[in-house]
Design a protein around this ligand. Structure first.
Ligand code: C2E
Ligand code: MG
Ligand code: MG
Length: 570
């Protein structure tokens, strides 16, 4: 076995326990070329040093006859201590009779006094240290057969050894994840999936062969690495990319790497990996940038997110989560008519202040908490529609956002229908907005759910249309009731030709599908004019109003009631 599998100085610490100073010095000098000797003049002093948690000894060279605490006594204590029993002990003696007793107590080898051949002594030290370390490694070693990399336990054990024996070495922690790995299995078969994982292991070992490098595969498609610091990750991973495609024959295998550079050794191994993982998860979905570095700011964001996750239940309970409403106006006639509203959540945090959904919706979508939040919003919105209906005698339907996580919930239909029933509404008074990108995930499953909801009378609006990747073919087969155009086209419409063309195209698609089109993010009169000219049906945006509290929204309803009355009189 190659010594510890990595190059480096590997200076191990050896404790020499002898009451004679001259003996300590002779022995120390003999081994100093390769090891760092430390000294104790009796068993008690030795025990003190051995119990210092900042030090790790690879070998004890032990004299037997000493004052205060002798070698037998110390040996007994070492062998009965769980931690210390992992350290080999070579006894130094001139008496044959003492050998049997020390063997019984757990000595591993002997060196006879007086010391004659330094070569023999050094060789014995080497052999016993190697034996112990290999044994320890073998005990926990179980290589991952697929990748040839280590298991998590072994990986951890190795990091401890590197930290201990090369404590000054500047190290980086890396986490690599193969994205959508299940897709590789599904598209090319499991054996191809296995091959990809095997190749990843092999390529990583080869690419980092010139560094101190260890890696493990703790989980299906995750790889952890601990590497002596380097500055060329961009080039290395570009090579990783091309080699992986070449050997697997799969043109694009997406992966993400999170790197925690110059690890803080006072952090636990778990923390170092967590930092790298945080950076890794941070680049999720950004295909142009597969590598991301851990930073203090990232950590702050993570802490902030943790806080939000922690506080969500309390926020619901204390009603710090407030549903705002933004009006949608029908612009097809001479005067705009209030048609409906969109429910948009706001979080009035007692300590952090107002938090916008952009800060917590993506987070809750990732960890599943979005369901809890959406259920709350749906119930609030339905209750609000009911209240307005009773108070003003007209029905202003409200659209709620439905996340992709909600769609796969088998209880979704029941929940929505009971919310509607409880508030004595019809299903078309609570409309459902589903973002276009959700359709791209698993179009078949989604279409099935959408069909069922439409069958129950719910109206489905496709949100952010144009931001996702739906093909024209898919659009024509998808069952929807309203198209909501992505805001970015509107924003740039009066500035660039391409956006204007996109707006035209989306309106044409809507016409072709025979569904109304809603333009979101409309802020000024010129946009309204252009959209109206193109045949856009409905407008939502600051031009009419920002999302507002229910009390404020009531003004729009009152105005609408007035308008209707006036129209009736005509
Ligand atoms: P969305 O569903 O596309 O909502 C439209 C967003 O555009 C809202 O942002 C709205 O305030 C903003 N907006 C409307 N008109 C204008 C305008 O004229 N100019 C500009 N600059 N912005 C305008 P908001 O409220 O920050 O919500 C952001 C996203 O968060 C929403 O996008 C939606 O995807 C999500 N979201 C909000 N509330 C909920 C909720 O209760 N559940 C779920 N699942 N998602 C929600
Ligand atoms: Mg929406
Ligand atoms: Mg939208």
């Amino acid at each position: 076995m190659k010594e510890f599998g990595y190059s480096g100085k590997n200076r191990r610490r050896v404790l020499i326990v002898d009451d004679e100073e001259i003996n300590r010095l002779i022995l120390g000098r003999m081994i100093a070329e390769k090891y760092d000797p430390e000294y104790a003049e009796n068993g008690e002093k030795a025990l003190e040093l051995l119990q210092d948690p900042s030090k790790r000894y690879s070998l004890i060279l032990l004299d037997l006859w000493m004052p205060v605490m002798d070698g037998f006594d110390l040996l007994g204590r070492i062998r009965s201590d769980e931690e210390l029993s992992n350290i080999p002990v070579i006894v130094m003696t001139s008496e044959k009779a003492a050998e049997a007793r020390s063997i019984k107590l757990g000595a591993d080898d002997f060196i006879s006094k007086p010391y004659r051949s330094p070569e023999v002594i050094k060789a014995r030290c080497d052999r016993i240290i190697q034996l112990y370390e290999n044994r320890k490694i073998l005990r926990s070693a179980e290589k991952d057969t697929l990748t040839g990399l280590y298991t998590r336990e072994f990986f951890n054990e190795y990091i401890i050894q590197i930290d201990t024996f090369d404590s000054q070495m500047d190290m980086d922690a890396l986490v690599l994840n193969i994205e959508h790995f299940h897709m590789v299995n599904e598209m090319y078969g499991r054996s191809m999936g296995d091959k990809v994982l095997g190749c990843v292991g092999e390529i990583l070992r080869e690419l980092f062969g010139d560094s101190v490098f260890i890696a493990c595969r703790p989980d299906a498609d995750y790889f952890y690495m601990y590497i002596s610091h380097r500055d060329d990750y961009d080039t290395v991973f570009a090579r990783f990319n091309s080699e992986l495609s070449a050997v697997t024959d799969i043109p694009v295998i997406r992966y993400r790497v999170g790197i925690y550079e110059h690890v803080e050794k006072s952090n636990t191994i778990e923390e170092r990996i967590d930092h790298a993982k945080l950076a890794c998860d941070g680049v999720r979905g950004d295909y142009t940038k597969p590598i991301s570095f851990y930073s203090k700011e990232l950590h702050e964001v993570d802490l902030y997110h943790e806080r939000l996750v922690h506080d969500i239940d309390e926020a619901i309970f204390n009603r710090d989560l407030i549903v705002y409403y933004q009006p949608k106006y029908d612009i097809t006639g001479d005067t705009p008519r209030l048609r409906s509203a969109e429910a948009l959540i706001r979080w009035k945090h007692p300590e952090l202040g107002m938090i916008s959904p952009g800060d917590f919706i993506p987070l809750f979508e990732n960890n599943g908490l979005i369901q809890k939040l959406d259920h709350y919003v749906w119930a609030e919105a339905a209750l609000q529609v009911r209240k307005w209906k009773v108070r003003h005698g007209i029905s202003i339907p409200v659209s709620v956002n439905v996340s992709r996580v909600d769609i796969y919930d088998p209880d979704l239909k029941n929940r929505l229908s009971s919310i509607v029933k409880e508030n004595k509404l019809t299903t078309d008074e609570l409309m459902l907005e589903i973002t276009e990108s959700a359709y791209a995930d698993d179009a078949k499953a989604l279409i099935e759910v959408v069909e069922q909801l439409r069958g129950m009378g719910f109206k489905i609006e496709m949100d952010d249309f144009g931001s996702g990747y739906s093909s024209l073919n898919m659009i024509t087969t998808i069952p929807i009731d309203v198209l909501k155009m992505d805001m970015k086209f509107i924003r740039n419409m009066n500035r660039d030709e391409k956006s204007l063309k996109m707006v035209e195209l989306v309106i044409d698609i809507a016409k072709f599908l025979k569904v109304p089109v809603v333009a979101e993010g409309v802020e000024d009169a010129s946009q309204v004019e252009t959209l109206k000219g193109m045949g856009c049906d409905v407008i939502q945006g600051y031009y009419f109003s920002k999302p507002v509290m229910p009390q404020e929204f009531e003004e729009f309803i009152i105005e609408e009631v007035r308008r209707r009355k006036k129209a009736e009189k005509k």
